[in-house]
Design a binder for this molecule. Structure first.
Ligand code: ACO
Ligand code: V55
Length: 286
């Protein structure tokens, strides 16, 4: 089963991020540990390149975003993403901002494969955008989160405010946005900013286990399901009903492994599994 870790090549080569493929899991790793994985223009370009490559790489079933060293990300690079941009002309400024927004939320929100943010340490400001744009998030109990924008004089832009109000209750989002106080992984889990928190030494193992669970599902149905959960939030019941009927037909029509038929047969005829308790046996293996 295990095929070890594959390190795919990139052109141009990655300088601020790392890509690894491990048994269906695509690790997209912010990699500037000396700068606490602060998101510089080069790092943003690298992360976008990795996400785009992983989305169409058949070896990747699930993507995990995390940070090198003991940090998830210290947010946007205050020098390279803010101060240095102040002097650039509009077109160059926009080019830099575009790759940031592109990977941090535009690509992630509508990603074709399931995504998990693994918060292994510091997570500040701009890091909340990819954190929330991932489908699921797991943090180390002692990871430290903070909406530090207020501490250095800006409004939480770059979709950070949208991200926190989409996940946290109003009182919590407001409290942390206007105080700039930090909170830990346990608190993040309590507030439902992340799905769960675990002791740091168990974080990778738990994330890998969850990733394998997702990797084992029917990818066509996975894509339809995660997209539906996002899309129907903004719909009326009427529109949602029509959307879900259309998308159910679409999945049925597109599914190369004919999952629905397998699921019904294995439960009703073969009696070989119970859908309430696990997934049907997929021919394609894991
Ligand atoms: N932008 C640019 N450089 C950064 C950033 C950042 N966001 N975060 C850390 N660095 C750099 C430091 O300048 C330092 O560089 P140097 O070694 O060349 O001097 C290096 O990373 C290490 O940072 P330290 O502060 O020494 O690390 P420490 O472990 O003591 O503290 C912490 C970590 C708490 C994350 C601290 O670096 C920090 O407060 N960073 C800024 C966090 C922040 O507010 N980010 C912006 C959020 S708002 C937004 O993203 C829009
Ligand atoms: C912030 C983050 C951004 C950005 C502008 O709140 C400000 C910080 C995530 O990108 O483009």
């Amino acid at each position: 089963m295990s095929q070890g870790i594959i390190t795919p090549e990139f052109d141009p080569p990655l300088t601020c991020a790392r890509a690894e493929i491990e048994n269906g899991v695509g690790w997209a790793i912010l990699n500037r540990p000396d700068k606490r994985n602060a998101m510089s223009p080069a790092l943003n370009d690298d992360m976008l390149a990795i996400l785009e490559a992983f989305e169409i790489d058949e070896r990747v079933k699930v993507v995990v975003i995390t940070g090198a060293g003991d940090t998830f990300s210290a947010g946007m690079d205050l020098k390279e993403f803010f101060r240095d941009l102040d002097h650039l002309p509009y077109n160059q400024k926009m080019r830099v901002k575009r790759s940031a927004w592109q990977w941090q939320w535009k690509t992630l929100l509508y990603y074709q494969k399931p995504t998990i943010a693994m918060v292994n340490g510091w997570c500040f400001g701009g890091a909340f955008t990819p954190l929330v744009a991932c489908d699921l998030a797991i943090a180390a109990d002692d990871a430290q989160f903070g909406l530090s924008e207020i501490n250095w004089g800006i409004i939480p832009g770059g979709q950070v405010t949208k991200a926190i109000t989409a996940t946290m209750a109003h009182r919590d989002a407001m409290f942390y946005a206007i105080t700039g106080e930090t909170f830990d992984g346990k608190k993040a889990s309590e507030m439902r900013l992340v799905n769960e928190s675990v002791p740091a030494e168990r974080l990778r193992e738990r994330t890998y286990e969850l990733a394998q669970q997702l990797a084992g599902k029917n990818p066509t149905v996975m894509r339809g399901t995660k997209m539906a959960v996002r899309m129907v939030q903004e719909m009326s019941w009427d529109v949602s009903d029509d959307y879900l009927m259309a998308k159910s037909s679409e999945a049925l029509f597109l599914d190369p492994e004919r999952g629905r038929q397998q699921g019904l047969k294995q439960f009703l005829d073969d009696k070989s599994y119970k859908p309430g308790l696990s997934g049907y046996a997929r021919e394609s293996g894991e």
